[in-house]
Write a protein that binds this ligand. Structure first.
Ligand code: FAD
Ligand code: NAI
Length: 467
């Protein structure tokens, strides 16, 4: 340890970026502490993000399968089916506490000191946590992000009328009508949860299509599938106000391009219009660290900021706000601090929407790829996949986008039941610089959903067998 400091590394924030950075740094022999103000470790992801949302998605999907008669086609006959919402929430809380407790165990195992409290910079090597100064040779900012508020719309998660994602993970009963503001990942995942449990779901999206950032064809197909599931989707529509009247909310909307306003009555309104980096109260002015126009901390490829000794990873820096991206950056920053080479390939970060079917992508969209040059595209509908046909879940497709000259895979997009699992293969192939031919000539087990990826790659080469 550098003698003049309390620690070699002090990480601020114990989300997937921060806790992983802290554990890796400690594994590399650096004396490490992690400051976290929340009562449990794991950040947004474990406490109010990935984990509780996936617990509810899983429970609601099982309920929907049983309730809607979907299982009858397989010969499964059920009696009456009911949802016990408090029991579902308790089960979700159990998953969260198991995992957050697991991080506490890993901190102890790896000898990472948890400084309980919010940290503020005093200078580039000193932070204050609960009135106590702590010094470190290296400080990693991993403070994550919070819900972007909608001006004029006040969230009150306790009342359950206007909520953000945290409130929508803990609604005490199924709302009759849930209006979701923002047709992004959170709106569609949490809209799916409550929709499956019986709520009517209306999604209001400012842009002319849901799921910004995803491949155009995927966005259109997803829109169609959500409508088929009963969602009402109002694209090209902006919310101009939400008023609470008794136990209801009245949402005023109008066409994004301007026009006549209308009102929608809702039992619950979910505000899910994005997230913004957590930098307030960090005292960045004390260390002369400026933010970019989007309020993010800029770093170089080693995750070093402009201030020597201060590093940053995760949602607080540019790039997709995803747990696995934060984790990989956490490992890389620790390795860089230790004098090793820690890199993250930001061109190959998969993203998954955990609805049913799942929606996943990695690399460029077809639109982005075409802007860069000529491409070849191969598609395989899930209808042509024997496993999907066998289980009668044939919505969706796999699409492989390859460079027309080199055949190198530039992007893969999937809508399919297990798309989130399937995309890992595509990400690995792309990380290894695969061509579509490499995927097409890799033997895939039969019958699996992944055979559709092989088939789509064969379609890029112009020689599919099953389509
Ligand atoms: P965070 O997880 O936000 O952690 C930052 C931590 O820093 C927090 O615990 C905070 O309390 C702490 N902190 C902040 N300031 C200070 C301070 N000054 N001192 C001490 N501590 C501080 N991503 C996925 O990849 N897959 C998913 O399925 C997924 N689902 C999601 C579902 C929801 C509902 C939400 C909201 C997000 C979801 N995400 C998902 C996004 C994911 O949660 C984030 O990308 C991820 O948590 C970012 O990690 P992070 O470490 O950068 O920050
Ligand atoms: P988002 O950025 O995914 O979607 C927000 C949507 O709201 C956009 O479509 C946007 O056009 C729309 N919007 C913005 N202002 C609006 C307005 N005034 N009226 C109507 N629509 C408006 O953000 P979201 O869903 O809040 O998620 C935040 C982050 O959390 C995302 O970046 C995502 O990466 C992460 N996340 C990831 C998950 C996953 O990986 N499965 C799950 C949930 C969240």
């Amino acid at each position: 340890m550098a003698d003049q400091f309390d620690y070699d590394v002090l990480v601020i924030g114990a989300g997937p970026g921060g806790y992983v950075a802290a554990i890796r740094a400690a594994q590399l022999g650096l004396k490490t502490a992690c400051a976290e103000g929340r009562e449990t470790l794991g950040g947004t992801c474990l406490n109010v993000g990935c984990i509780p949302s996936k617990a509810l998605l899983n429970a609601s999907e099982k309920f929907h399968e049983a309730k809607s008669g979907l299982l009858e086609k397989h010969g499964i006959k059920l009696g009456s089916v009911a949802m016990d919402v408090p029991a579902m929430l308790a089960d979700k809380d159990k998953a969260v506490s198991g995992l957050t407790g697991g991080i506490e165990f890993l901190f102890k195992k790896n000898k990472v000191d948890w400084l309980k409290g919010y940290a503020t910079f005093k200078d580039a090597h000193t932070v204050e946590v609960l009135g106590k100064s702590v010094t470190a040779k290296n400080i990693v900012i991993a403070t994550g992000s919070s819900v972007t508020p909608l001006p004029g719309v006040e969230v009150d998660n306790d009342k359950g009328i206007i909520v953000d994602s945290t409130g929508a993970l803990a609604l005490k009963k199924v709302p009759g009508h849930l209006v979701v503001i923002g047709g992004g990942v959170i709106g569609l995942e949490l809209g799916s949860v409550w929709g499956r449990l019986g709520a009517k779901v209306t999604v209001v999206e400012y842009l002319d299509q849901i799921l910004p950032g995803m491949d155009g064809e995927v966005r259109k197909e997803a829109n169609k599938l959500f409508m088929k599931q009963g969602f009402e989707i109002k694209t090209g529509t902006k919310v101009t106000g939400v008023a609470v009247k008794g136990k209801k909310a009245v949402v005023t909307v109008e066409p994004a391009a301007g026009g006549e306003a209308e009102t929608i009555e809702a039992d619950t309104v979910l505000v899910s219009i994005g997230r913004r980096p957590n930098t307030q109260g960090l005292g960045l002015d004390k260390i002369g660290l400026a933010l970019n126009a989007r309020g993010q901390i800029e770093t170089d490829h080693e995750f070093a900021t402009k201030v020597p000794g201060v590093w940053a990873v995760g949602d607080v820096i540019p790039g997709p706000m995803l747990a696995h991206k934060a984790e990989d950056e956490g490992i890389a920053v620790a390795e860089n601090i230790a004098g090793l080479t820690g890199l993250v390939n930001h061109n190959v970060i998969p993203s998954v929407v955990y609805t049913y079917p799942e929606i996943a992508g990695v690399g460029l969209t077809e639109e982005q790829a075409k802007e860069k040059g000529a491409v070849k595209v191969g598609k395989c509908p899930m209808l042509a996949n024997s496993r999907a046909k066998t289980i009668q879940e044939t919505d969706g497709f796999v699409k492989v986008i390859a460079d027309a000259q080199t055949d190198k895979v530039l992007g893969v997009w999937i809508i399919a039941g297990p798309a989130g699992t399937m995309i890992a293969q595509a990400a690995q192939a792309m990380e290894f610089g695969a061509t579509s031919e490499d995927i097409a000539y890799t033997c895939h087990a039969h019958p699996t959903h992944n055979e559709s990826l092989k088939e789509a790659a064969m379609a890029v080469l112009g020689k599919p067998i099953h389509i």
